[in-house]
Write a protein that binds this ligand. Structure first.
Ligand SMILES: Cc1cc2nc3c(=O)[nH]c(=O)nc-3n(C[C@H](O)[C@H](O)[C@H](O)COP(=O)(O)OP(=O)(O)OC[C@H]3O[C@@H](n4cnc5c(N)ncnc54)[C@H](O)[C@@H]3O)c2cc1C
Length: 369
């Protein structure tokens, strides 16, 4: 079987990885991984937030007041779907598949690291930091009722009202993981074509080449091919030479900034703006961590987009010979391996569309006959 994968962010790379076990794979991306590496690399699938809730909208308004979020461009289909589904609960089987996908992804990174830990894999948990007791109690209450039932404990943190520590979560160094997967793809004879591909839906061809199946995993650029309820929340990543005052990975709940202290640098990420543009507006991120991170030098910086579905659940489904894999929003790395596996099973005909995860594919993807 011949499969083309359009888009080589973390989701497309993982799709190509699993597909290459059974298919001839061609992956198209001008610079694979370049729009995914900015991420903090926290493998935190249990910190999933449903987006289509009034409490998430209230959180966004709070972020706007703190200068973390700006609303510049919003996909109208996304907004419409979000409002139509506001505060609606997904069916129980949606949570079941998310739990399975979370477990699979956590296990996948662990197994890759046990073969060879060349991507800074660590299993030292994640700390969520709160500045008010009230919010900490609310956060703890939400964790107790979370469908994921994550292990967590309330801890004291000097200078904060407290923290919630998740001991089971892991983290990685994103750019090293991309390098590792690109090596694996090379070894498995995946053809990597470094260009932006064009899709001829009528003929089912990618850049003039016919394939049995086409996996479309090009993140927010999906909207250039299929008008979908998918919007972008842009953010920024910094590789810092310096020191973090907290030796664990942490996220500040008030501002959504993440810090991951690594062997030879500190990764700092932040920003959650509704914005599809490539403009850099990330300078505020380092200000937000100036109390926790001593910055000697900025080694590198980059930006990327969280491709968000209206509720934050991945959009995964097949229509004709097109498989769509996107939408995991702020948890693309955390669900990437499981999304890659699921899109592979759909492409190879080994799995059927999951009713909830594929519903937007069924509704929005029209293939010309
Ligand atoms: C600041 C920040 C921090 C984050 N931290 C974390 C974290 O700690 N943990 C976590 O789980 N997630 C995190 N995320 C979320 C995660 O980074 C995203 O969910 C993830 O990058 C999305 O991956 P993707 O493969 O779907 O899309 P992308 O990474 O956007 O990749 C899409 C790719 O498709 C390519 N492309 C587009 N059009 C075409 C075309 N026509 N032909 C070929 N190629 C094409 C693009 O060049 C790009 O490389 C973070 C996000 C941000 C913004």
């Amino acid at each position: 079987m011949d499969v083309s994968v359009v888009g080589g962010g973390i989701v497309g790379l993982m799709s190509a990885y699993f597909l290459s076990e059974e298919a001839d794979v061609t992956l198209y991306d001008p610079d694979p991984g370049s729009y995914s590496v900015h991420a903090a690399g926290l493998i935190e699938p249990y910190r999933f937030d449903k987006i289509n809730t009034t409490s998430m909208l209230a959180k966004m308004v709070k972020y706007m007041r703190r200068g973390v979020t700006e609303v510049r461009q919003v996909n109208k289909l996304w907004l419409r779907e979000l409002l139509l589904s506001l505060n609606k609960e997904p069916p129980p089987d949606a949570w079941n598949i998310m739990r399975e996908m979370a477990e699979f992804s956590l296990k996948f990174y662990k197994e890759m690291a046990s073969e060879r830990n060349d991507f800074g894999y660590r299993e030292d948990g994640l700390l969520e930091l709160y500045t008010s007791k009230e919010q900490l109690e609310q956060g703890a209450k939400e964790e107790r009722s979370s469908p994921f039932r994550p292990k967590h404990e309330i801890v004291d943190v000097p200078g904060f009202a407290g923290g919630i520590f998740f001991p089971e979560l892991s983290r990685i160094e994103t750019e090293k993981f991309v390098r590792r997967i690109l090596h694996e793809l090379e070894f498995r004879k995946v053809r990597i074509i470094k260009k932006r591909a064009s899709l001829d839906l009528q003929k089912g061809k990618v850049d003039g080449k016919e394939s049995d199946v086409i996996v479309v995993s090009n993140g927010i650029w999906m909207n250039q091919i299929f008008p979908m309820p998918l919007t972008a929340f842009k953010g920024y990543g910094y590789w810092i030479q310096g020191e973090s005052k907290i030796d664990k990975a942490f996220v500040t709940v008030d501002e959504g900034v993440a810090v991951s202290p690594l062997s030879d640098h500190v990764k700092v990420t932040g920003g959650f703006s509704a914005d599809f543009s490539d403009n850099w507006r990330g300078d505020f991120v380092l200000e937000k961590v100036s109390n926790f991170v001593k910055i000697n030098k900025i080694i590198e910086k980059s930006m990327g987009f969280r491709p968000c579905s209206p509720d934050g659940f991945p959009i995964l489904g097949r229509k004709g010979k097109i498989v769509i894999a996107t939408g995991a929003c702020r948890l693309g790395w955390s669900y990437g391996p499981a999304m890659g596996l699921h899109s592979t099973e759909l492409a190879l005909g080994k799995a059927k569309n999951h009713p909830y995860l594929s519903r937007l594919v069924e509704r929005y993807i029209t293939i010309p006959s």
